[in-house]
Each structure stands twice: as structure tokens, then as C-alpha cells.
Design a binder for this molecule. Structure first.
Ligand SMILES: Nc1ncnc2c1ncn2[C@@H]1O[C@H](COP(=O)(O)OP(=O)(O)OP(=O)(O)O)[C@@H](O)[C@H]1O
Ligand SMILES: [Mg+2]
Length: 405
């Protein structure tokens, strides 16, 4: 090779030569610069001094096969190690130099540094990988978040519905309580205004009696007088009873079930007589906690409903059986059984819903059983249920038995 060419190559490339066994016979300055060795350190050493431990030995087998057996140039980007253990990447061409007999005389290796490019490429690949991974996790996260949001959305809807329902029930209780309170107020007013005339009437009758005795001593007059007095006394008592019954804000306290049931029978006494209903009762002495009048109100609703059903079906031997007993798990049970032919199965599940009625709007609002259920569940902490039997229906109320703590 003419000297000038050699110089040109040596100036721009990393050049080394080895003998046929790979022993270094020449290195240029660029070679020393990049690998950090002095020329003297390299001369006579095996070329594998710059071998990188990462490079598999199969690569060298291939290299030797090409340059030694096939006697062809070998081209590759090779990972090498410098003296101070730094990694460099070199684009390498190793060419066997042959003599006239086509035998290998030596090898010349021309290299140039591509470390920066390789590292840049590796960096890019790494970034690409990270980006892909990020993309994947991002997708995954979007899916998860969407799922969570959807779940939240559906439970939110459910929760809103539940809250609305609770609110509606609260409103109904409030409405009912205020209705009760105003009824009580009204009755108190009536009672107040009735008492005076009743006293006057009593006095007038006393005078009639007195007068009649003076003139004719009529036995009949006396009899009427006594009867009149009895009626007036009863009217007065009824008003007292009602006023007491509807008094608002009664405290919750332990009471006997039978007292509460008897109270409702007392209030409905007239109706029971008029409608000719036979009532049979069998009570165990059981105490629960709550407001006795509210439970009476429930019993009144149930009896009135039975009476409506008796009339609707023109039942002649009207019977209502009311039983109370205790369960093994400490519940007090009230069973109210009528023989009014029962509740049609197509709406037996709906009768406790607000405004459900099969009656004409003038005779039923459909709130009776709804309110009854509210009282039993919210005020007495129990439950109410209904089932049919062959002659009618049976309403069952279950309330926890009160225990002295
Ligand atoms: N003992 C019963 N036998 C047959 N049907 C009954 C009986 N009790 C209730 N029902 C049915 O259940 C419906 C709902 O009763 P609920 O007491 O809630 O309302 P209502 O009696 O119609 O009206 P109100 O608000 O005046 O009480 C009744 O309309 C009736 O069809
Ligand atoms: Mg009713």
C-alpha cells in the first residue's frame, strides 16, 4: 500500500495488524487513544486484550472461520473493552493479507468508533420499550378507572334511589304524625267545648226530674233521667278516651300487648256491635316497648280492613280471632285472623305499599297498611306479614319482647 494511502487511512481510522496467530504487530495512535494503552503495552500481545467479556465465543469462531478458512474480510460492529474497563463499540473490518502463494501473511483490522451511535440506538430502544410499557399500563389503568367509575355510577344510582325512598318514608311518617297531632288538637277543642253544655244538660235533666216529682212522681221520668245521665257520662268518657289516645309525642315505654289490643277493641266497640262481628281473643301476658296507642292504631286498621272485606263479600258469620304468644327466640307475636275470604294472590305482595287500595277513593286511601307497617318496623322494631288460609287472611305481627336491662 502506498505510504500516503496508509497515512490517510491511519489518520482517520483505528488500525491494527496481527500475525496469523493474532499477536499484535502494529497499532496506530488512534488505536492507542481509544483503548488507553501505550504502544509498547500492546506490541507482541494477543489481540484478545481488547475482547469484551459479554461477547460470546461463538462470535470468534465465526470470525476465524471467515478470515482464516475462507480468507475473506470480516465486517461487524464489535463490542470491545478499553484498558480502564470502558465499553466501546467499533465498526470493524478485518482483512486477511495473503502472499503470492495465497497463504495468510497477516491480518489488518480497520475500525471506527460508533459507541455514541450504538448507545443512542440502545437508548432509543429502551425509551421505546418504556413507552410501550407505559402505554400498556396506561391502557390498563384507563380500563380500571373506567370500571371503577361505572361501578361508582351504578351504586350511586342505587344509593340515590334508596335515599329518595327513605326520604319519602320519612315524609309520610311526618305527615302521619302531624295528622295525628292535629286530630288530637281538634278533639281536645271539641272536648273543651262539649264539657260545658254537657254539664248544663245534666243540670237541666236534674231539673226535669225535680219538676216531674213535684207534680206527678212519674216512674218513667226517673228512668229516662237515669238513662240520660248514663249516656252523658259515657259521652264525656269517650271524649276523654279519644283525647288521650291522640295526644301527640307520647313517650316510648314498656306496655302489655293485651292492654294495647283491648284499647283498640274498646274504641271499635260500637262498630263491632253494629256490624255483628264475633271477636275471640286468647292472650299471653307479654310486654314490649314502644307507644301503646300506635299499636292500637295498627289493630284498628287491621280490624277495619277485615270489616271492609266482610262487607265486600257479604259474609254473615263474621269472625275475627286475635291471639298473642311468645316465640322461642323471644318475640311477641300477634295473630289476627279473619274469615273474609282472603286477599287475591295477584296483589297480596302490594298491600303494604303506600296508596295501594282496591277500594273506592271515597272509602280508602291505601295508607292504612303502609302506616301500620311503618309503626311496626320503625316504632316497635318488629315486622308485619300476611298470608291466606282457606277462609280468609292471617296478619302476623312480630315484636321483640321487652327485657329489663
Ligand atoms: N283482611 C283483609 N281481607 C282482604 N283484603 C284486605 C284485607 N286487609 C287489606 N286488604 C286489601 O289491602 C288493601 C290495602 O289496605 P290498606 O288498609 O292499606 O288500604 P285501604 O283499606 O284500601 O285504605 P285505607 O287507607 O283507608 O286503610 C285493601 O284495599 C284491600 O284490598
Ligand atoms: Mg285500610
Amino acid at each position: 500500500m502506498p505510504n500516503q494511502y496508509q497515512e490517510a487511512i491511519e489518520n482517520s481510522n483505528i488500525v491494527s495488524k496481527t500475525d496469523i496467530d493474532g499477536i499484535i504487530t502494529f497499532v496506530n495512535d488512534e488505536f492507542c487513544n481509544i483503548f488507553g494503552y501505550e504502544k509498547e503495552e500492546l506490541m507482541g500481545k494477543n489481540h484478545n486484550i481488547i475482547r469484551h467479556p459479554d461477547v460470546p465465543s461463538s462470535n470468534f469462531e465465526e470470525l476465524w472461520d471467515i478470515i482464516k478458512r475462507q480468507k475473506k474480510p470480516y465486517k461487524s460492529t464489535v463490542k470491545n473493552l478499553t484498558k480502564d474497563k470502558k465499553t466501546v463499540y467499533l465498526n470493524t473490518t478485518i482483512t486477511p493479507i495473503l502472499n503470492e502463494n495465497n497463504e495468510i501473511k497477516e491480518f489488518i483490522a480497520i475500525r471506527y468508533d460508533v459507541t455514541k451511535e450504538v448507545e443512542l440506538k440502545k437508548n432509543l430502544e429502551q425509551k421505546d420499550k418504556e413507552l410501550k410499557a407505559l402505554n400498556e399500563t396506561l391502557e390498563q389503568r384507563v380500563i380500571e378507572q373506567t370500571k371503577q367509575l361505572q361501578e361508582l355510577n351504578s351504586t350511586l344510582e342505587q344509593r340515590v334511589l334508596e335515599e329518595i325512598k327513605k326520604n319519602e318514608e320519612k315524609q309520610k311518617i311526618l305527615f302521619w304524625q302531624s295528622r295525628m297531632a292535629s286530630l288530637g288538637q281538634m278533639l281536645a277543642n271539641i272536648a273543651h267545648q262539649w264539657r260545658q253544655p254537657l254539664t248544663e244538660l245534666n243540670l237541666t235533666m236534674f231539673n226535669i226530674n225535680k219538676a216531674s216529682r213535684k207534680c206527678c212522681n212519674n216512674e218513667k221520668v226517673l228512668e229516662y233521667y237515669e238513662e240520660g245521665k248514663f249516656i252523658i257520662k259515657n259521652m264525656s268518657k269517650t271524649i276523654d278516651d279519644f283525647t288521650n289516645f291522640f295526644a301527640p309525642n307520647k313517650p316510648s315505654e314498656p306496655f302489655f300487648l293485651n292492654d294495647s289490643i283491648n284499647e283498640s277493641l274498646e274504641i271499635l266497640k260500637k262498630l263491632i256491635l253494629r256490624e255483628n262481628i264475633t271477636i275471640r281473643t286468647s292472650f299471653e301476658k307479654l310486654k314490649v316497648i314502644g307507644i301503646s296507642n300506635e299499636l292500637s292504631q295498627v289493630l284498628i286498621n287491621l280490624i277495619q280492613n277485615a270489616n271492609d272485606a266482610f262487607n265486600q263479600h257479604k259474609i254473615t258469620n263474621k269472625k275475627i280471632i286475635i291471639k298473642t304468644y311468645k316465640t322461642e327466640d323471644d318475640f311477641a307475636v300477634i295473630e289476627l285472623k279473619d274469615n273474609a275470604l282472603g286477599i287475591p294472590l295477584e296483589y297480596i305482595d302490594k298491600i303494604f305499599e303506600p296508596y295501594f287500595t282496591t277500594k273506592h277513593s271515597s272509602s280508602g286511601t291505601g295508607l292504612g297498611l303502609f302506616m301500620s307497617r311503618l309503626i311496626i318496623e320503625k316504632s316497635l322494631n318488629g315486622n308485619i306479614d300476611v298470608r291466606n288460609y282457606d277462609e280468609g287472611s292471617i296478619f302476623t305481627i312480630k315484636i321483640p319482647i321487652w327485657k329489663k336491662s
